[in-house]
Design a protein around this ligand. Structure first.
Ligand SMILES: [Zn+2]
Length: 416
């Protein structure tokens, strides 16, 4: 490259980086800032070699064909070619959002390679959109099988307990200790939430049930070596958006909001309504939902840290992309919690549902809202306020959360 060419390139890079913040890449304790540029096709691109290096990987050029190279992280290799928007991984061709391109001697890849493709390949790479940070995990656990049910697990440890099992169990529990779960007890302070039951002189308030259950769940999860952050531990009001923010600041791995259902008084037998359900955030379907979603997303941009300004296109795009991934993860988590509760809950299984809850919108991580029963129903109000039943229900929810986290560990782990 000529000197003039280098200068032009540097100018171009400088121009681009003055607009776009770098991509933060964490590998262990080391954090690198990988410069980003505007992709000629639109969107954002990153230098392939800088990205690979920051992830502890490398770019290996194909000697035979200029512009063809392999992007390697751990044992995962992605074959790419300048001018092409196709990636080849273990013989499978995967379309990228935009093409790979060359500028001077440097190869650039679309940002989606880092934030979407690598996390999907089980390369031990995870994108944390809230902190606009790409993370490389050291190996977590080699186990690919789903964990056996509790009884079988106990048997396996007492009878066999081979060294390998012990090691992977230790690795798993070490991995779980790094995981942070936020438990959000719904309502509080002047906001009682629902009150019930219908036709009973003794009233229960949702805010008290959610707090009591949240505390039992906190202890139950802590006993399973999971870190827990509570949005509230007393009878106090916390703004919905603050609940998500608490979770974001805690860099939580999942967010669980606890609520108590109330029957619609217009139902034919409102006092008879019973059951439990788990929600995750819906994609907006109606115009009104889209309006609310836009409003909430706008508010979020004011709530995140200062280094990500309102006009920052990178942060916005990243958060947008990660939200989609979180939707799938939230759905999975909701399924696991719902099927866990089904084992002990006396009420009917009302299933997994979707809705545009504000409290879930602001949490940039897999997030669910659990309705543990109908406080308007006499027997369920009694069920939810019985400490023994609270414990029993919390055990099934905690088991589901741990199963989810273990599954998640297996997905992000194994990167060598
Ligand atoms: Zn509620």
């Amino acid at each position: 490259m000529t000197i003039l060419g280098s200068v032009a390139l540097l100018l171009q890079l400088a121009q681009a980086t003055s607009v776009l913040p770098p991509l933060s890449v964490r590998a262990g304790d080391r954090v690198r800032a990988v410069p980003t540029v505007v992709h000629p096709e639109g969107g954002i691109a990153v230098r392939a070699d800088a990205l690979a290096e920051a992830l502890g990987g490398q770019v290996v050029a194909d000697a035979a064909l200029a512009g063809r190279f392999r992007f390697e992280v751990g044992t995962t290799g992605v074959d790419l070619q300048a001018g092409s928007a196709l990636a080849v991984v273990a013989g499978d061709t995967i379309p990228l959002r935009a093409g790979v391109f060359r500028r001077g001697d440097l190869l650039f890849v679309p940002l989606a390679l880092a934030t979407e493709l690598l996390p999907r390949l089980g390369a031990g790479v995870l994108f944390d959109a809230d902190n606009a940070e790409l993370r490389r995990f050291a190996t977590v656990t080699a186990a690919r099988r789903p964990p056996p049910p509790r009884a079988a697990r106990a048997r396996a440890t007492t009878i066999a307990a081979p060294a390998d099992n012990a090691r992977s169990a230790a690795a798993r529990s070490a991995a779980l200790r790094r995981r942070v779960v936020v438990i959000d007890a719904g309502h509080g302070g002047p906001d009682n939430g629902m009150s019930g039951p219908i036709g009973s002189p003794r009233k229960v308030f949702e805010k008290n049930i959610t707090l009591a259950f949240a505390r039992v769940l906190q202890r139950t999860l802590q006993a399973r070596e999971v870190q827990v952050v509570m949005t509230r531990t007393t009878d106090t009001l916390i703004a919905l958006s603050d609940r998500g923010r608490i979770a974001n600041q805690a860099k939580a791995d999942l967010f669980l909001s606890v609520h108590v259902n109330a029957a619609n008084p217009r139902w034919s037998n409102p006092g008879g309504a019973r059951g439990f359900e788990t929600f995750f955030l819906a994609e907006a379907k109606t115009e009104d939902e889209r309006r609310v979603e836009a409003m909430e997303n706008e508010a979020i941009r004011f709530e995140t840290s200062e280094d990500v300004s309102r006009d920052d296109p990178l942060g916005f795009i990243m958060r947008d992309m990660a939200q989609n991934e979180h939707l799938r993860e939230s759905g999975r988590l909701a399924e696991m919690i719902q099927s866990g509760m089904r084992q002990v809950h006396p009420g009917p299984n009302r299933g997994v549902k979707q809705a545009g809850f504000r409290v879930l919108v602001t949490a940039f991580m897999p997030a669910v809202l659990v309705e543990i029963g109908f406080g308007t129903n006499k027997s369920e109000a009694q069920y939810m306020t019985d400490p023994a039943r609270q414990q029993e229900l919390a055990e099934t929810v905690a088991d589901a959360v741990v199963r989810y986290l273990e599954e998640y560990e297996r997905k992000v782990g194994g990167g060598g």
